[in-house]
Design a protein around this ligand. Structure first.
Ligand code: NAP
Ligand code: ZN
Length: 347
Protein backbone atom coordinates (compact mmCIF):
# COMPACT_ATOMS: atom_id res chain seq x y z
CA UNK A 1 0.00 0.00 0.00
CA UNK A 2 1.12 3.59 -0.54
CA UNK A 3 0.27 6.62 1.54
CA UNK A 4 -2.31 9.09 0.24
CA UNK A 5 -4.05 12.12 1.70
CA UNK A 6 -7.35 13.75 1.03
CA UNK A 7 -10.52 15.15 2.56
CA UNK A 8 -13.09 12.76 4.03
CA UNK A 9 -16.35 12.59 5.93
CA UNK A 10 -16.81 9.98 8.66
CA UNK A 11 -20.63 9.98 8.96
CA UNK A 12 -23.65 11.47 7.20
CA UNK A 13 -23.74 14.65 9.28
CA UNK A 14 -19.98 15.23 9.20
CA UNK A 15 -18.14 17.99 7.35
CA UNK A 16 -15.15 17.24 5.11
CA UNK A 17 -11.80 17.30 6.91
CA UNK A 18 -8.20 16.30 6.07
CA UNK A 19 -7.66 12.52 6.25
CA UNK A 20 -4.66 10.25 5.61
CA UNK A 21 -5.32 6.84 4.04
CA UNK A 22 -3.73 4.23 1.75
CA UNK A 23 -4.05 3.33 -1.91
CA UNK A 24 -3.17 -0.04 -3.41
CA UNK A 25 0.24 -0.53 -5.02
CA UNK A 26 0.34 -0.06 -8.80
CA UNK A 27 -0.53 -3.49 -10.26
CA UNK A 28 0.38 -4.70 -13.80
CA UNK A 29 -2.75 -3.09 -15.34
CA UNK A 30 -2.83 0.01 -13.15
CA UNK A 31 -2.12 3.66 -13.77
CA UNK A 32 -1.20 6.03 -10.93
CA UNK A 33 -2.30 9.65 -11.36
CA UNK A 34 -1.17 12.67 -9.37
CA UNK A 35 -4.45 14.60 -9.18
CA UNK A 36 -4.33 18.24 -10.34
CA UNK A 37 -8.04 19.13 -10.17
CA UNK A 38 -11.25 17.46 -9.05
CA UNK A 39 -14.73 18.80 -9.85
CA UNK A 40 -17.46 18.95 -7.23
CA UNK A 41 -20.62 17.14 -8.37
CA UNK A 42 -23.99 17.29 -6.64
CA UNK A 43 -23.75 13.48 -6.44
CA UNK A 44 -20.88 14.06 -3.97
CA UNK A 45 -23.29 15.91 -1.68
CA UNK A 46 -26.04 13.28 -2.06
CA UNK A 47 -23.59 10.52 -1.08
CA UNK A 48 -21.69 12.40 1.64
CA UNK A 49 -25.06 12.94 3.35
CA UNK A 50 -26.41 9.39 2.67
CA UNK A 51 -29.31 10.92 0.70
CA UNK A 52 -29.49 7.88 -1.64
CA UNK A 53 -29.40 5.35 1.22
CA UNK A 54 -26.60 4.47 3.65
CA UNK A 55 -23.14 5.36 2.33
CA UNK A 56 -19.78 3.78 3.17
CA UNK A 57 -17.65 5.82 5.60
CA UNK A 58 -15.01 7.17 5.83
CA UNK A 59 -15.71 8.59 2.36
CA UNK A 60 -13.34 10.55 0.13
CA UNK A 61 -15.70 11.89 -2.57
CA UNK A 62 -14.84 13.11 -6.07
CA UNK A 63 -15.31 11.61 -9.55
CA UNK A 64 -14.28 14.42 -11.88
CA UNK A 65 -10.56 13.75 -11.76
CA UNK A 66 -7.75 15.06 -13.94
CA UNK A 67 -4.02 14.95 -13.42
CA UNK A 68 -0.70 13.63 -14.63
CA UNK A 69 0.36 9.99 -14.77
CA UNK A 70 3.25 9.28 -12.41
CA UNK A 71 3.51 5.49 -12.74
CA UNK A 72 2.20 2.72 -15.01
CA UNK A 73 2.08 -1.05 -14.42
CA UNK A 74 4.11 -3.53 -16.50
CA UNK A 75 1.11 -4.54 -18.68
CA UNK A 76 -0.10 -0.99 -19.38
CA UNK A 77 0.00 -0.25 -23.09
CA UNK A 78 -2.26 2.76 -23.56
CA UNK A 79 -0.55 5.23 -21.24
CA UNK A 80 2.89 6.54 -20.35
CA UNK A 81 4.30 8.34 -17.36
CA UNK A 82 3.99 12.11 -17.75
CA UNK A 83 0.74 12.08 -19.80
CA UNK A 84 -2.41 13.92 -18.75
CA UNK A 85 -5.28 11.64 -17.81
CA UNK A 86 -8.78 11.65 -16.39
CA UNK A 87 -10.98 9.37 -14.27
CA UNK A 88 -14.75 9.63 -13.98
CA UNK A 89 -17.40 7.80 -11.95
CA UNK A 90 -16.25 4.19 -12.56
CA UNK A 91 -12.99 2.39 -11.75
CA UNK A 92 -13.86 -1.25 -12.47
CA UNK A 93 -16.40 -3.64 -14.04
CA UNK A 94 -16.31 -7.27 -15.26
CA UNK A 95 -15.25 -6.23 -18.80
CA UNK A 96 -16.65 -9.55 -20.05
CA UNK A 97 -20.45 -9.21 -20.22
CA UNK A 98 -22.27 -7.92 -23.29
CA UNK A 99 -22.78 -4.44 -21.89
CA UNK A 100 -19.12 -4.06 -20.84
CA UNK A 101 -17.92 -5.39 -24.20
CA UNK A 102 -20.31 -3.00 -25.93
CA UNK A 103 -18.72 -0.07 -24.11
CA UNK A 104 -21.56 0.42 -21.61
CA UNK A 105 -19.62 -0.44 -18.46
CA UNK A 106 -22.03 1.65 -16.38
CA UNK A 107 -24.59 -1.11 -17.02
CA UNK A 108 -22.25 -4.06 -16.26
CA UNK A 109 -24.55 -7.09 -16.13
CA UNK A 110 -22.60 -9.13 -13.58
CA UNK A 111 -22.83 -6.67 -10.70
CA UNK A 112 -19.08 -6.01 -10.78
CA UNK A 113 -19.33 -2.31 -11.55
CA UNK A 114 -17.22 -0.38 -9.02
CA UNK A 115 -17.84 3.33 -8.49
CA UNK A 116 -14.87 5.63 -7.94
CA UNK A 117 -15.84 6.12 -4.29
CA UNK A 118 -18.54 4.94 -1.87
CA UNK A 119 -18.05 1.39 -3.19
CA UNK A 120 -16.08 -1.79 -2.51
CA UNK A 121 -13.43 -2.72 -5.06
CA UNK A 122 -12.66 -6.24 -6.32
CA UNK A 123 -9.93 -6.48 -3.64
CA UNK A 124 -12.65 -6.14 -1.00
CA UNK A 125 -11.43 -2.71 0.08
CA UNK A 126 -13.38 0.58 -0.10
CA UNK A 127 -12.70 2.88 -3.05
CA UNK A 128 -11.72 6.50 -2.38
CA UNK A 129 -12.33 9.36 -4.80
CA UNK A 130 -10.64 12.43 -6.17
CA UNK A 131 -10.62 14.88 -3.26
CA UNK A 132 -7.10 13.53 -2.76
CA UNK A 133 -3.53 13.81 -3.99
CA UNK A 134 -3.32 10.60 -6.05
CA UNK A 135 -5.33 7.66 -7.33
CA UNK A 136 -4.54 4.18 -8.72
CA UNK A 137 -6.93 2.95 -11.44
CA UNK A 138 -7.12 0.04 -13.90
CA UNK A 139 -6.04 1.40 -17.31
CA UNK A 140 -9.41 0.53 -18.90
CA UNK A 141 -11.06 3.23 -16.78
CA UNK A 142 -8.45 5.91 -17.48
CA UNK A 143 -9.21 8.52 -20.16
CA UNK A 144 -6.78 10.48 -22.33
CA UNK A 145 -6.96 14.22 -21.77
CA UNK A 146 -5.86 16.83 -24.30
CA UNK A 147 -3.15 19.29 -23.26
CA UNK A 148 -4.82 21.98 -25.41
CA UNK A 149 -7.63 22.80 -22.97
CA UNK A 150 -7.38 24.41 -19.50
CA UNK A 151 -7.20 21.41 -17.17
CA UNK A 152 -9.48 22.87 -14.46
CA UNK A 153 -12.28 23.22 -17.03
CA UNK A 154 -11.75 19.66 -18.28
CA UNK A 155 -12.26 18.00 -14.85
CA UNK A 156 -16.10 18.42 -14.84
CA UNK A 157 -16.32 16.80 -18.27
CA UNK A 158 -15.57 13.44 -16.58
CA UNK A 159 -19.05 13.43 -15.00
CA UNK A 160 -21.15 16.52 -15.83
CA UNK A 161 -19.85 16.40 -19.41
CA UNK A 162 -20.47 12.75 -20.24
CA UNK A 163 -23.78 12.63 -18.33
CA UNK A 164 -25.26 15.29 -20.62
CA UNK A 165 -23.38 14.38 -23.84
CA UNK A 166 -24.52 10.74 -23.73
CA UNK A 167 -28.34 11.19 -23.78
CA UNK A 168 -28.09 13.99 -26.35
CA UNK A 169 -26.20 11.58 -28.63
CA UNK A 170 -28.45 8.59 -27.85
CA UNK A 171 -31.56 10.58 -28.83
CA UNK A 172 -29.73 12.11 -31.83
CA UNK A 173 -30.60 15.61 -30.70
CA UNK A 174 -29.72 18.03 -33.46
CA UNK A 175 -30.89 20.88 -35.70
CA UNK A 176 -34.67 21.15 -35.79
CA UNK A 177 -35.16 19.91 -32.21
CA UNK A 178 -36.39 22.11 -29.41
CA UNK A 179 -34.62 21.20 -26.18
CA UNK A 180 -35.41 22.38 -22.67
CA UNK A 181 -32.54 22.21 -20.17
CA UNK A 182 -34.06 22.00 -16.72
CA UNK A 183 -31.76 23.42 -14.01
CA UNK A 184 -28.70 25.53 -14.80
CA UNK A 185 -26.02 24.02 -12.56
CA UNK A 186 -23.00 21.83 -13.31
CA UNK A 187 -24.83 19.34 -15.54
CA UNK A 188 -27.26 21.91 -16.92
CA UNK A 189 -24.64 24.31 -18.24
CA UNK A 190 -22.85 21.44 -20.01
CA UNK A 191 -26.18 20.28 -21.49
CA UNK A 192 -26.66 23.79 -22.91
CA UNK A 193 -23.17 23.81 -24.45
CA UNK A 194 -23.58 20.37 -26.06
CA UNK A 195 -27.17 20.87 -27.27
CA UNK A 196 -26.14 24.18 -28.87
CA UNK A 197 -23.06 22.53 -30.42
CA UNK A 198 -25.33 19.81 -31.88
CA UNK A 199 -27.55 22.47 -33.50
CA UNK A 200 -30.69 22.31 -31.34
CA UNK A 201 -32.81 25.27 -30.25
CA UNK A 202 -32.17 25.47 -26.50
CA UNK A 203 -34.31 26.94 -23.73
CA UNK A 204 -33.08 27.03 -20.13
CA UNK A 205 -35.80 26.28 -17.56
CA UNK A 206 -34.58 27.77 -14.29
CA UNK A 207 -35.78 28.71 -10.82
CA UNK A 208 -33.08 31.44 -10.72
CA UNK A 209 -34.04 34.63 -12.65
CA UNK A 210 -30.46 35.95 -12.17
CA UNK A 211 -29.05 33.22 -14.46
CA UNK A 212 -30.71 34.58 -17.63
CA UNK A 213 -27.72 36.52 -19.00
CA UNK A 214 -25.39 33.59 -18.32
CA UNK A 215 -27.76 31.18 -20.06
CA UNK A 216 -27.77 33.33 -23.19
CA UNK A 217 -23.96 33.69 -23.03
CA UNK A 218 -23.67 29.89 -22.83
CA UNK A 219 -25.53 29.81 -26.15
CA UNK A 220 -29.13 29.19 -25.05
CA UNK A 221 -31.74 30.81 -27.28
CA UNK A 222 -34.44 31.31 -24.64
CA UNK A 223 -34.80 31.46 -20.87
CA UNK A 224 -37.87 30.65 -18.79
CA UNK A 225 -38.25 31.42 -15.10
CA UNK A 226 -40.18 28.38 -13.93
CA UNK A 227 -41.63 30.20 -10.93
CA UNK A 228 -43.52 32.48 -13.36
CA UNK A 229 -46.78 30.70 -14.33
CA UNK A 230 -47.29 32.87 -17.42
CA UNK A 231 -43.82 32.05 -18.82
CA UNK A 232 -44.41 28.36 -18.10
CA UNK A 233 -47.81 28.41 -19.86
CA UNK A 234 -46.25 29.80 -23.03
CA UNK A 235 -44.15 26.63 -23.34
CA UNK A 236 -47.12 24.21 -23.28
CA UNK A 237 -46.62 21.42 -25.90
CA UNK A 238 -43.35 23.06 -27.00
CA UNK A 239 -40.29 20.81 -26.56
CA UNK A 240 -39.12 17.66 -28.31
CA UNK A 241 -36.83 16.88 -25.37
CA UNK A 242 -36.28 18.05 -21.82
CA UNK A 243 -32.99 17.21 -20.10
CA UNK A 244 -33.83 17.28 -16.40
CA UNK A 245 -30.74 17.97 -14.27
CA UNK A 246 -32.53 18.94 -11.06
CA UNK A 247 -31.06 17.56 -7.83
CA UNK A 248 -34.08 18.22 -5.58
CA UNK A 249 -37.76 17.12 -5.61
CA UNK A 250 -39.73 19.05 -8.26
CA UNK A 251 -43.02 19.06 -10.16
CA UNK A 252 -42.61 16.61 -13.07
CA UNK A 253 -46.17 17.19 -14.32
CA UNK A 254 -45.44 20.87 -14.89
CA UNK A 255 -42.52 20.02 -17.17
CA UNK A 256 -44.17 17.04 -18.92
CA UNK A 257 -46.88 19.46 -20.04
CA UNK A 258 -44.21 21.31 -22.03
CA UNK A 259 -43.56 18.28 -24.30
CA UNK A 260 -45.15 18.24 -27.77
CA UNK A 261 -46.22 14.99 -29.51
CA UNK A 262 -43.82 12.11 -28.77
CA UNK A 263 -41.69 14.41 -26.62
CA UNK A 264 -39.20 12.80 -24.23
CA UNK A 265 -38.34 13.87 -20.68
CA UNK A 266 -34.82 12.62 -19.90
CA UNK A 267 -33.98 12.42 -16.19
CA UNK A 268 -30.32 12.78 -15.32
CA UNK A 269 -30.82 14.53 -11.97
CA UNK A 270 -31.32 12.10 -9.07
CA UNK A 271 -33.47 13.68 -6.33
CA UNK A 272 -33.49 11.61 -3.13
CA UNK A 273 -37.29 11.08 -3.22
CA UNK A 274 -39.19 8.80 -5.67
CA UNK A 275 -40.77 10.81 -8.48
CA UNK A 276 -44.52 11.38 -8.92
CA UNK A 277 -46.23 11.67 -12.29
CA UNK A 278 -49.90 11.96 -13.22
CA UNK A 279 -50.84 9.34 -15.86
CA UNK A 280 -52.64 11.86 -18.07
CA UNK A 281 -49.44 13.88 -18.45
CA UNK A 282 -47.84 10.87 -20.15
CA UNK A 283 -50.90 9.87 -22.22
CA UNK A 284 -51.33 13.32 -23.68
CA UNK A 285 -49.09 13.75 -26.75
CA UNK A 286 -47.76 10.18 -26.19
CA UNK A 287 -44.99 11.55 -24.02
CA UNK A 288 -42.18 9.42 -22.58
CA UNK A 289 -40.03 9.73 -19.52
CA UNK A 290 -36.64 8.03 -19.36
CA UNK A 291 -33.28 8.30 -17.65
CA UNK A 292 -29.59 8.22 -18.42
CA UNK A 293 -26.59 7.20 -16.32
CA UNK A 294 -23.20 8.83 -17.05
CA UNK A 295 -21.82 7.13 -20.21
CA UNK A 296 -19.50 4.25 -21.08
CA UNK A 297 -15.73 4.56 -21.35
CA UNK A 298 -15.53 4.72 -25.20
CA UNK A 299 -18.22 7.40 -25.29
CA UNK A 300 -16.48 9.34 -22.51
CA UNK A 301 -13.31 9.37 -24.63
CA UNK A 302 -15.38 10.42 -27.68
CA UNK A 303 -16.85 13.30 -25.61
CA UNK A 304 -13.40 14.43 -24.40
CA UNK A 305 -12.10 14.38 -27.97
CA UNK A 306 -15.17 16.29 -29.18
CA UNK A 307 -14.54 18.92 -26.49
CA UNK A 308 -10.86 19.24 -27.44
CA UNK A 309 -11.85 19.64 -31.10
CA UNK A 310 -14.58 22.21 -30.41
CA UNK A 311 -12.86 24.00 -27.55
CA UNK A 312 -15.58 23.09 -25.02
CA UNK A 313 -14.85 23.14 -21.29
CA UNK A 314 -16.85 23.69 -18.14
CA UNK A 315 -17.23 27.20 -16.66
CA UNK A 316 -15.54 26.76 -13.31
CA UNK A 317 -14.85 28.47 -10.00
CA UNK A 318 -11.54 27.03 -8.82
CA UNK A 319 -11.42 26.66 -5.04
CA UNK A 320 -8.97 25.69 -2.32
CA UNK A 321 -9.86 22.34 -0.78
CA UNK A 322 -10.39 24.00 2.62
CA UNK A 323 -13.38 25.83 1.04
CA UNK A 324 -15.19 22.58 0.18
CA UNK A 325 -17.81 22.70 2.96
CA UNK A 326 -18.75 26.27 2.00
CA UNK A 327 -18.90 25.19 -1.64
CA UNK A 328 -21.46 22.49 -0.73
CA UNK A 329 -23.64 25.06 1.07
CA UNK A 330 -23.51 27.35 -1.96
CA UNK A 331 -24.45 24.48 -4.32
CA UNK A 332 -27.51 23.71 -2.21
CA UNK A 333 -28.52 27.36 -2.66
CA UNK A 334 -28.03 27.07 -6.46
CA UNK A 335 -25.13 29.50 -6.15
CA UNK A 336 -22.44 28.03 -8.40
CA UNK A 337 -21.28 29.33 -11.77
CA UNK A 338 -21.23 26.65 -12.90
CA UNK A 339 -18.93 24.07 -11.35
CA UNK A 340 -16.66 24.22 -8.33
CA UNK A 341 -13.31 22.59 -9.05
CA UNK A 342 -10.78 21.87 -6.32
CA UNK A 343 -7.17 22.86 -7.01
CA UNK A 344 -5.37 19.90 -5.47
CA UNK A 345 -2.17 21.92 -4.94
CA UNK A 346 -4.04 23.40 -1.97
CA UNK A 347 -4.33 20.01 -0.23
P1 NAP B 1 -26.05 21.42 -9.31
O1 NAP B 1 -24.83 22.02 -9.92
O2 NAP B 1 -26.33 21.68 -7.88
O3 NAP B 1 -27.29 21.90 -10.22
C1 NAP B 1 -28.61 21.52 -9.96
C2 NAP B 1 -29.53 22.64 -10.47
O4 NAP B 1 -30.88 22.21 -10.30
C3 NAP B 1 -29.44 23.92 -9.67
O5 NAP B 1 -28.42 24.78 -10.10
C4 NAP B 1 -30.81 24.56 -9.94
O6 NAP B 1 -30.80 25.24 -11.18
C5 NAP B 1 -31.71 23.34 -10.10
N1 NAP B 1 -32.51 23.11 -8.89
C6 NAP B 1 -32.07 22.88 -7.64
N2 NAP B 1 -33.10 22.70 -6.80
C7 NAP B 1 -34.21 22.80 -7.54
C8 NAP B 1 -35.61 22.68 -7.26
N3 NAP B 1 -36.06 22.42 -6.02
N4 NAP B 1 -36.50 22.84 -8.29
C9 NAP B 1 -36.06 23.10 -9.53
N5 NAP B 1 -34.75 23.22 -9.85
C10 NAP B 1 -33.86 23.08 -8.87
O7 NAP B 1 -26.04 19.85 -9.47
P2 NAP B 1 -25.32 18.93 -10.58
O8 NAP B 1 -23.96 18.59 -10.10
O9 NAP B 1 -25.52 19.52 -11.91
O10 NAP B 1 -26.17 17.57 -10.44
C11 NAP B 1 -27.55 17.59 -10.73
C12 NAP B 1 -28.17 16.23 -10.42
O11 NAP B 1 -27.67 15.26 -11.35
C13 NAP B 1 -27.84 15.67 -9.03
O12 NAP B 1 -28.99 15.03 -8.52
C14 NAP B 1 -26.77 14.64 -9.33
O13 NAP B 1 -26.69 13.63 -8.36
C15 NAP B 1 -27.24 14.11 -10.64
N6 NAP B 1 -26.23 13.42 -11.45
C16 NAP B 1 -26.63 12.37 -12.19
C17 NAP B 1 -25.74 11.71 -13.02
C18 NAP B 1 -26.21 10.58 -13.88
O14 NAP B 1 -25.41 9.75 -14.28
N7 NAP B 1 -27.47 10.54 -14.24
C19 NAP B 1 -24.41 12.12 -13.06
C20 NAP B 1 -24.03 13.23 -12.31
C21 NAP B 1 -24.94 13.88 -11.51
P3 NAP B 1 -31.59 26.65 -11.36
O15 NAP B 1 -30.93 27.60 -10.42
O16 NAP B 1 -31.34 26.96 -12.79
O17 NAP B 1 -33.02 26.38 -11.05
ZN1 ZN C 1 -21.03 13.41 -10.82
Amino acid sequence: MTAAKGYAVHHAKDTLKPWDFERREVGPNDVQIEIAYCGVCHSDIHQVRSEWGPSIYPMVPGHEIVGRITKVGSAVTRFKEGQLAGVGCMVDSCQECGNCKGGHEQFCETGKLVWTYNAIGRDGLPTYGGYSNRIVVDQHFVLSVSDKLPLSGVAPLLCAGITTYSPLRKWKISKGHRVGVLGLGGLGHMAVKFAVAFGAEVTVLSTSPNKEQDALKLGAHKFCVTKDAEQVKQLTNYFDFIIDTVSAPHNYDMYLKMLRMNGVHICVGIPPEPIQITGFMLLTNGRSITGSSIGGIPETQEMLDFCAQHNITSDVEVIDISYINDAYERMIKNDVKYRFVIDMKTL
